[in-house]
Design a protein around this ligand. Structure first.
Ligand code: ACO
Length: 323
């Protein structure tokens, strides 16, 4: 059978780093409050010349280099983002053009913080369906552009960045020992829309709007939803938490990550955490965390890796990959 195998990975972060202490004087907060409640110590913030397209392009080029490929080898680009350069065309198409790629096709996926998990699942279906052989899956965000910088309950939580994977069609036997995407489970429920949303849009206000969140409400639902979808993925693959080598969760809050890992029985040394360095970069958080753990040598070929995310909508999902 066809399996979607990871061939390369890359990341890109804006030049400017903003530390927690940099918020003191802007809003009533402190390094201590932010670090204690969220685990965040710093985040990268895009300059005017750094956009979702430029960061996505940089991450894509790094992933292509890592794979030993060029844009000519790619059939499809799937970009997970909630902060596109324009309402349309899709920012994926802009990245396609920036890469000098005038063949194949490209589109955006919008599932907020779950975007990358949705995009990997979608790319896997295109590959296994025979519509593409090699896919660039990118998560790129500039959430700094949609933050209300006067709202201390949200502006301290988010950051900008991008990460990318090259997925390639490979041969598998159908067994759990195969390399590639092995199982996935996706969920959404719009009843939770008002707990995490942007208060603008082309068809309503005609403006871009700002991020609004009832943090406590999101927190309340997060751990249960995350663990449910992971357990569904485990049972699809016929594995338990003990079989995992690495858990790479969405990086929203260290307390949510710790509580989810504890509930699932995933040992702390197997959990990849970058929220301290990047803050919540929405659809870019999982590929940025993956890229960190691959580049420092933790994730190696053959390792069993679980990706997970939960975000606005609500949307949530998990993907199991053998590296
Ligand atoms: N600095 C200081 N005090 C603050 C700040 C701040 N930056 N922000 C809020 N506070 C205050 C509040 O006003 C409140 O004060 P009050 O008690 O006088 O009313 C107090 O701190 C406690 O507020 P809570 O919201 O109860 O704090 P909590 O412990 O829940 O932490 C947080 C807030 C960090 C937002 C947490 O709820 C959280 O992480 N929620 C989940 C967010 C998340 O995971 N989002 C993921 C999806 S993101 C996406 O999809 C785009």
């Amino acid at each position: 059978m066809i399996r979607s195998v990871v061939r390369g990975i890359g990341a890109a972060l804006p030049r400017r780093i903003m530390k927690n202490a940099d918020f003191e004087g802007m809003v009533e907060t402190s390094d201590e409050w932010i670090a204690q409640r969220t685990g965040i110590r710093q985040r990268h913030i895009a300059a005017d010349d750094e956009t979702t397209a430029s960061l996505g392009e940089a991450a894509a080029r790094a992933a292509l280099d890592n794979a030993g490929l060029t844009p000519a080898d790619i059939d499809l680009i799937v970009l997970a983002t909630s902060t596109p350069n324009n309402t349309f065309p899709a920012t994926a198409v802009e990245i396609q053009n920036r890469l000098g790629m005038h063949h194949g096709f490209a589109f955006d996926m919008q599932a907020v913080c779950s975007g990358f998990v949705y995009a990997v699942t979608t790319a896997d279906l295109y590959i296994r369906g025979g519509l593409a052989r090699r896919v660039l899956v990118i998560g790129s965000e500039t959430f700094s552009r949609i933050l209300d910088w006067n709202d201390r309950s949200t502006c301290v939580l988010f950051g900008d960045g991008a990460g990318a994977l090259v997925l390639e069609a490979g041969e598998g036997s159908g067994a759990i020992a195969d390399r590639g995407v092995l199982a996935a489970s996706l969920r959404s429920d719009g009843v939770h829309k008002d707990k995490l949303f942007v208060d603008g849009g082309p068809s309503t206000t005609g403006t871009v709007g700002h991020l609004r969140m009832e943090g406590r409400e999101v927190f309340k639902h997060a751990v249960g939803m995350i663990t449910d979808v992971i357990e569904a993925t485990f049972s699809q693959a016929g594995i338990t938490a003990d079989d995992l080598d690495w858990f790479v969760p969405h990086q929203a809050n260290k307390r949510i990550i710790d509580a989810s890992a504890k509930k699932l029985g995933i040992a702390e040394p197997k959990v990849v955490v970058t929220v301290d360095q990047h803050g919540n970069t929405s659809a870019a958080s999982v590929p940025l965390a993956l890229a960190a753990a691959v580049s420092d040598g933790r994730i190696k070929r053959g390792d069993l890796v679980l990706l997970e995310a939960m975000g606005g909508g609500f949307t949530w999902g998990a993907v199991l990959v053998r590296w």
